[in-house]
Design a protein around this ligand. Structure first.
Ligand code: PXG
Length: 465
C-alpha cells in the first residue's frame, strides 16, 4: 500500500476514511456520501484543511486546545520524554518524575484542599474513576448503602458505561443499556428553554431545590454524590442563573453528600479563572479534569480529590487504575502546557481582555432576527436560534434542523462553530486576540444571515405550537 500523506488528493483520503475509519458520534453512511473534512495543520487559533482553506477554530479542537495550536515547546518536551522514558506504570509502589511533578502542580493550582490526583487517560475514564471511588469511599466510612449518584439531564460526562450513565443525554441512554443502576437525573438550570414565566433567579433556585427534593425522596443515607459541570458545555453552553450554584452548595453542605465538579471543559482558564468552580463559588470534594490540562496535545485526564476523601481512601487498596494513569509523556506535556498558561498569563488574558471583548461582540448578535439570546461566560458562548424572538419559541421542524444549516454556513465561511440542537456554541482557544474575536463574530453573523435566507426559502421559519 502507498504511504498515506497530506499530499494525496482529498477524495482519495475521504474514500479511505469512509472505508476503514469509524467516527465518534457520526452517521457513517451520511458522512460517506459527503466526505469528511480533512484537517492537515494548525497554528494559533487557525486550522488548514486538505483543500488549503484557512479556518478560524471557534471550538479549540473539541473544547481543549486552550494554548492554541503549534506550540513547539510541547513537541520538544514530548520528544525529550519519549527518549528518556516513553512509558512506565504507576502501579505496584512505583512512580516517575512527570507524574510526581504534574500531580504537585495540579494540587498547587486547584482551589481549597484539593491536593490529590488520580490520573486517567480522558474525562470519561476520570468520571468512571469517580463513580467507583466515591462508592468505595462511603463503603470505607461504613456506609456502603450510599451508592446513588444524582446528576442532571442534558449533562455530558463522557461515553464509557459509567460516565455516559452519569451524563443526562437521552439518546445515549437509549443505546447500549444505560444508565447503570443507582444514577438519578434532575432537571438542568436551562432558563431560556425551560424557565417559562419565571425570572432566571427564581428558576435557578427552583432547579437547585430539585437536588434537595431528590435527596429527601431517595434518602440521605442512600445518596453518595451530586455531579455537575459548572457550566454545561456539550449540552449547549447553558450558563446557570446566578442563584443556582449558591443554592446547590448550600444543599450539599447541609446533607451528607459529596459534590463533584466536572471541570473537563471549564477547567484551565475557560471561564476566566483556573477552574469554573472558582468562577461560580463552588467548593467541590472532587474535580474531574481532562482536555485543557494538556491543551489536547496528549490524552490525559484525572480526578482531583480533597484531603478528607483521599485520607479515607488511603487505608487499604482501591482496585482501580489504567495502564496509562499518569503516562509520562502525557504528564510531561501537560506540565509544560500549565507552565505556558501560567507564565504567559493566559488565564488573566481571558478574564481581563478576551472574555469582556467576546461578551460585547457576541452579545451584539442578539439583535439578529434568528437569535433569541446570545450569552457567554469567559471564552465559552452560545446563541439560541429561534423563529420567534419574543416567545423564545422553538422551531416546528425537528430539533437541530436550523442548527445544522447554520453550522454548515459557518463552515462554508471558514469558522468552526458547533450546533447543539438549535443552539450554536463556540469555545475558541484562550489565546485568541480581540481582532480575531471580531473576525469570529463577523463570520458567525454572516453564517446567521445565510442560514436565515435558507430557512426562509425552505419555509422552516415556523414556530412550534
Ligand atoms: N466531562 C465533560 C464535561 C466533557 O465535556 C467529558 C467529561 C469526557 O471527556 P473525554 O475526554 O472522555 O471525551 C467531556 C467531553 C461535544 C463533545 O460534542 C464534548 C465532549 C466530548 C466529545 C464531544 O461537545 N466533552
Amino acid at each position: 500500500m502507498q504511504p498515506i500523506t497530506n499530499h494525496m488528493p482529498t477524495a482519495e483520503l475521504q474514500a479511505l476514511d469512509a472505508a476503514h475509519h469509524m467516527h465518534p458520534f457520526t452517521d457513517e453512511a451520511a458522512l460517506a456520501r459527503k466526505g469528511a473534512r480533512i484537517i492537515t495543520r494548525g497554528r494559533g487559533v487557525r486550522l488548514w484543511d486538505s483543500e488549503g482553506n484557512e479556518i478560524l477554530d471557534g471550538m479549540a479542537g473539541l473544547w481543549c486546545v486552550n494554548i492554541g495550536y503549534g506550540r513547539d515547546e510541547l513537541a520538544e518536551v514530548a520528544a525529550r520524554q519519549m527518549r528518556e522514558l516513553p512509558f512506565y506504570n504507576t502501579f505496584f509502589q512505583t512512580t516517575h518524575v512527570p507524574a510526581i511533578a504534574l500531580a504537585a502542580k495540579i494540587a498547587e493550582l486547584a482551589p481549597g484542599n484539593l491536593n490529590h490526583v488520580f490520573f486517567a487517560g480522558s474525562g470519561s475514564e476520570a468520571n468512571d474513576t469517580n463513580l467507583r471511588m466515591v462508592r468505595h469511599y462511603w463503603a470505607l466510612k461504613g456506609k456502603p448503602e450510599k451508592t446513588v449518584f444524582i446528576a442532571r439531564k442534558n449533562a455530558y460526562h463522557g461515553s464509557s458505561m459509567g460516565s455516559a450513565s452519569l451524563g443526562g443525554m437521552q439518546a445515549m441512554h437509549a443505546q447500549g443499556g444505560l444508565p447503570l443502576p443507582d444514577i438519578h437525573h434532575i432537571d438542568q438550570p436551562h432558563w431560556y428553554l425551560e424557565g417559562g414565566d419565571h425570572s432566571p433567579e427564581e428558576f435557578g433556585r427552583a432547579r437547585a431545590r430539585q437536588l434537595e427534593e431528590a435527596i429527601l425522596a431517595i434518602g440521605e443515607d442512600r445518596v453518595a454524590a451530586f455531579i455537575a459541570e459548572p457550566v454545561q458545555g456539550a449540552g449547549g453552553v447553558i450558563i446557570p442563573p446566578d442563584s443556582y450554584w449558591p443554592e446547590i452548595q448550600r444543599i450539599c453542605d447541609k446533607h451528607e453528600i459529596l459534590l463533584i465538579a466536572d471541570e473537563v471543559i471549564c477547567g484551565f482558564g475557560r471561564t476566566g479563572t483556573w477552574f469554573g468552580s472558582q468562577t461560580y463559588g463552588i467548593r467541590p470534594h472532587i474535580m474531574t479534569i481532562a482536555k485543557g490540562l494538556s491543551s489536547g496535545y496528549q490524552p490525559i485526564g484525572g480526578s482531583v480529590v480533597c484531603d478528607e476523601v483521599a485520607e479515607v481512601l488511603s487505608h487499604g487498596e482501591f482496585y482501580h487504575g489504567y495502564t496509562y494513569s499518569g503516562h509520562p509523556v502525557a504528564a510531561a506535556v501537560a506540565l509544560e502546557n500549565l507552565r505556558i498558561l501560567e507564565e504567559e498569563g493566559i488565564v488573566g488574558h481571558v478574564r481581563d481582555v478576551a472574555a469582556p471583548h467576546l461578551a460585547d461582540a457576541w452579545g451584539s448578535l442578539a439583535d439578529h432576527p434568528l437569535v433569541g439570546e446570545a450569552v457567554s461566560t469567559g471564552l465559552m458562548a452560545s446563541l439560541a436560534l429561534t423563529p420567534d424572538k419574543a416567545r423564545r419559541a422553538r422551531f416546528a421542524a425537528a430539533p437541530g434542523t436550523a442548527g445544522y444549516i447554520c453550522r454548515e454556513r459557518s463552515f462554508a465561511n471558514n469558522l468552526i462553530m458547533r450546533h447543539v440542537a438549535d443552539r450554536m456554541v463556540i469555545a475558541p482557544p484562550l489565546v485568541i486576540t480581540p481582532e480575531d474575536i471580531d473576525l469570529l463574530v463577523a463570520r458567525a453573523r454572516t453564517a446567521l444571515d445565510e442560514a436565515h435566507v435558507i430557512l426562509r426559502e425552505e419555509d422552516l421559519l415556523k414556530a412550534a405550537a
